[in-house]
Design a protein around this ligand. Structure first.
Ligand SMILES: NC(=O)C1=CN([C@@H]2O[C@H](COP(=O)(O)OP(=O)(O)OC[C@H]3O[C@@H](n4cnc5c(N)ncnc54)[C@H](OP(=O)(O)O)[C@@H]3O)[C@@H](O)[C@H]2O)C=CC1
Ligand SMILES: Cc1cn([C@H]2C[C@H](O)[C@@H](COP(=O)(O)OP(=O)(O)O[C@H]3O[C@@H](C)C(=O)[C@@H](O)[C@H]3O)O2)c(=O)[nH]c1=O
Length: 302
């Protein structure tokens, strides 16, 4: 893939809750495409900060979509597997009816609708169980618990597809290229895109621990528990597996099997400093450095 110049915007210069001036900021950059990876993602906290979750995930996303539409800029918007209630026995495809169990999922679902209403040619990517060497995510939580706990208890009755943020970022840049070249109606709408293969949170934790132990580091005991044994403010779907075959059909994109991606991520993590800043080779050469930090990335020159 060729390298794309990326402008990463985030707070305070672009605040999805302080929406005045977003149009001028985007106009000053004049990007060829906008990727909105900004969101309120604190799943449990969203139960008590629901208005804020909707303000960022629905209203802020809609304003960005409106600006992009007014300026005729392709938009890739990120959404989540948590729009589903988990009652389907199989993987969810794009024709399945969402029914979120929690406020975060509801705010993201409302965001999808608001984005597509404001920008009918937007591409909405529903992903799941994202992790990377950065920020707050399940992989980093498990590695932190390895340092401090003798025993870690993790739910085994919630199923999904772990997705490495690097893989997703590369796929999104391919989609950006396609939406700049193709009939944009073909790339508009909702697409599921997640790591290949399925697991549950317990087995995901086990795989993380195995990778750590392979490197000779200490690991705690791991206990499988039920959702009821790990009460949280937000309900989570028992099944949020995503069927990514539409993205494969339309874009020719298939993400790596989740175990392979996890190993690559943990190798990368070994190359980060104490603050989680990446000093590894892949990151230094990557065109995705700012995007991978989870901010809105704007690619000005396709
Ligand atoms: N994490 C996951 O497992 C999954 C995430 N997704 C979706 O993928 C996208 C990226 O998620 P992820 O990288 O995990 O999220 P993070 O929470 O790691 O990052 C979200 C980013 O959004 C920024 N942000 C939050 N509020 C605002 C605001 N008001 N204005 C501007 N920027 C803001 C944050 O900025 P700051 O650093 O200033 O707080 C942060 O940089 C989101 O749309 C999320 O819903 C989908 C499926 C799974
Ligand atoms: C830390 C921990 C979590 N769990 C459970 C709680 C929960 O059911 C599951 C995952 O916990 P987390 O809070 O890390 O993950 P969670 O915030 O639910 O992750 C979600 O984030 C949002 C943004 C998404 O869009 C989703 O795709 C999904 O990745 O693991 C344990 O059983 N034991 C533990 O020690």
């Amino acid at each position: 893939m060729r390298s794309l110049p990326v402008v990463a915007l985030g707070r305070p210069e672009l605040d999805l809750e302080n929406r005045k001036g977003i149009d001028k900021l985007i106009a000053s950059i004049a990007p060829s495409a906008i990727i909105n990876a900004a969101a309120y993602t604190a799943v449990d906290q969203a139960e008590s900060e629901t208005a804020k979750a909707f303000s960022v995930n629905r209203d802020g996303a809609a304003v960005l979509a409106d600006v992009a539409w007014q300026m005729n800029i392709p938009l890739i918007h990120h959404s989540t597997d948590y729009v589903f209630d988990g009652s389907k026995p199989d993987a969810y495809d794009e024709s399945d009816i969402p029914a979120p169990l929690n406020a975060y999922g509801a705010s993201k679902l409302a965001g999808e609708a608001a984005v597509l209403a404001a920008h009918p040619l937007a591409t909405v990517i529903r992903c799941s169980w994202l992790y990377s060497p950065y920020g707050s995510n399940f992989v980093r939580t498990m590695l932190r618990l390895c340092e401090t706990q003798q025993i870690v208890r993790v739910v085994r009755d919630q199923h999904g597809n772990p997705t490495c943020a690097f893989d997703l970022a590369e796929a999104v840049l391919r989609i950006v290229e396609r939406s700049a070249m193709d009939d944009r109606r073909a790339t508009a709408g909702i697409f599921h895109l997640a790591g290949q293969g399925e697991t549950n949170w317990h087995d995901f934790a086990q795989a993380i621990f195995c990778e750590r132990s392979r490197r000779g580091a200490r690991i705690p005991a791991l206990e499988a528990i039920t959702t009821e044994e790990f009460p949280t403010p937000a309900r989570r779907p028992r099944n949020s597996r995503l069927d990514s075959s539409k993205a494969e059909r339309v874009f020719g994109i298939r993400l790596a099997p989740w175990r392979h991606a996890l190993r690559a991520c943990l190798e990368q993590l070994g190359e980060t400093d104490a603050e989680g800043n990446c000093v590894g080779r892949r990151q230094r050469n990557s065109p995705l450095s700012d995007h991978a930090r989870g901010q809105q990335a704007v690619a000005p020159d396709l």
